[in-house]
Design a protein around this ligand. Structure first.
Ligand code: KG4
Ligand code: ZN
Length: 363
């Protein structure tokens, strides 16, 4: 039987700057006691679009160019001087090695110069913890998920179900065996001629489509655990496109809409099935949904309805905080600092691959 704590989530007493450079967004945010004060981005999406995906070398070079102006702009938006900050947080794992290094080195310099405590943050954990944050216009007394909670983390590189007992206690219960959910959106979208990242475009095109036309696979048969798999679905969707093209040449807009609707429905169905299973197995009744794919309305609605029918509650991260951003990093960093988990600069490093729960060594 699950036990619940009604204690408020801990946050550091004062503004924390968060730096996120793990992939193609140079992103900086400022969070003060759970309240988001500023979010700034220097997006690289157009730079990578002509390659059809993120090019690591291009990403790290552009992070270098953008990081300091983005820090300055975020502080300006928050109406703060560097001396007003109380802490620094940075994504140190997982991500592209050179891209992570730019954020890690910038954060280390700021931490040493100002001087301020630094929290090293796991990217996927930060995506989930964003559910605890309050956006401008909201109130910090607004209801938040109760811990322990489950979380579905769905991004371009990860798909996992986690159990969260605190900002320093994340455990992976199940994850994808092959592609991530976002990858399935992006790769099938690419086959349809959509630019990277294709997820938001697939969602838009799916609105006019028939989700049952192709009968795409909705997960693995014969498994009863919390593992996901999307590569079979990706292949089936590509084969459906091949068959349409072999039949009648270039796809008509109605065909594209049907492929998008069928793909989205199959991805959502699998995610809902595994989340319901996780709720039943653990007895936990709060489920956070975070990561870029959590911006998808069909997923948010589908999970909300399915969990409510089980007497459970779904907490999708506010849409603006779903895709990569600096506020989510500042938010988790603020909670880690509140628990005394500052990272020793000597142990700080970029860690390209790491599962959630495998955190940086903390003081
Ligand atoms: O978390 P995120 O910004 O970056 C990673 O950590 O990977 O997630 C990006 C992923 C991409 O695969 C993108 O296509 C997907 O999130 N995505 C969406 C939507 N918005 C972003 N997928 C489906 N529907 C959306 N509305
Ligand atoms: Zn992400």
């Amino acid at each position: 039987m699950a036990t619940y704590t009604t204690a408020p989530v801990p946050f550091f007493d004062g503004p924390v700057l968060g730096i996120e450079t793990s992939c193609d967004e140079t992103a900086v945010g400022v969070v003060d006691r759970g309240q988001v004060l500023a979010m700034r981005f220097a997006t690289q999406v157009p730079l990578h679009q002509r390659f059809g995906g993120v090019v690591p070398e291009v990403a790290s070079r552009n992070h270098l160019l953008s990081i300091l102006p983005t820090v300055v702009a975020a502080l300006d938006d928050a109406g703060l001087q560097p001396r007003d900050l109380r802490g620094i947080a940075v994504t140190d794992r997982p991500g592209l090695a050179g891209a992570l290094l730019v954020g890690v080195q910038t954060a280390a310099c700021l931490s040493a110069l100002l001087p301020l405590p630094l929290a090293a943050v796991h990217h996927i954990e930060a995506h989930c913890w964003a559910a605890m944050l309050t956006l401008p216009g909201g109130s910090s007394t607004d209801e938040k998920p109760q811990l322990p909670a489950l979380a579905l983390a769905v991004s371009g590189g990860h798909t996992s179900v986690l159990r969260i007992d605190g900002p320093d206690r994340f455990a992976v219960l199940g994850e994808t065996l092959d592609d991530a959910a976002g990858e399935a959106f992006d790769k099938v979208g690419k086959r349809l001629g959509l630019s990277y990242p294709a997820g938001p475009q697939v969602e838009r095109l799916a609105r006019g489509g028939d989700p049952s036309r192709f009968g795409l696979p909705r997960g693995m048969r014969g498994r009863a655990d919390l593992a996901f798999s999307f590569s079979g679905l990706k292949t089936a969707a590509r084969q459906a496109i091949d068959a349409l093209e072999a039949d009648g040449g270039p796809l008509r807009p109605a065909d594209v809409a049907d492929v998008c609707a069928s793909l989205q429905a199959a991805i959502v169905a699998q995610l809902v099935t595994i989340c319901l299973r996780a709720c039943r197995e653990t007895g936990l009744r709060d489920l956070i949904v975070g990561g870029g794919v959590a911006a998808n309305e069909a997923l948010r609605d589908g999970l909300g309805v399915a969990l409510a029918a089980e007497g459970a509650r779904c907490w999708p991260v506010p849409t603006r905080l779903c895709t990569d951003n600096g506020a989510m990093v500042a938010g988790l960093g603020s909670s880690l600092l509140a628990l005394g988990h500052a990272t020793d600069l000597q142990h700080l490093d970029a860690v390209p691959t790491a599962r959630p729960g495998a955190s940086a060594r903390r003081a």
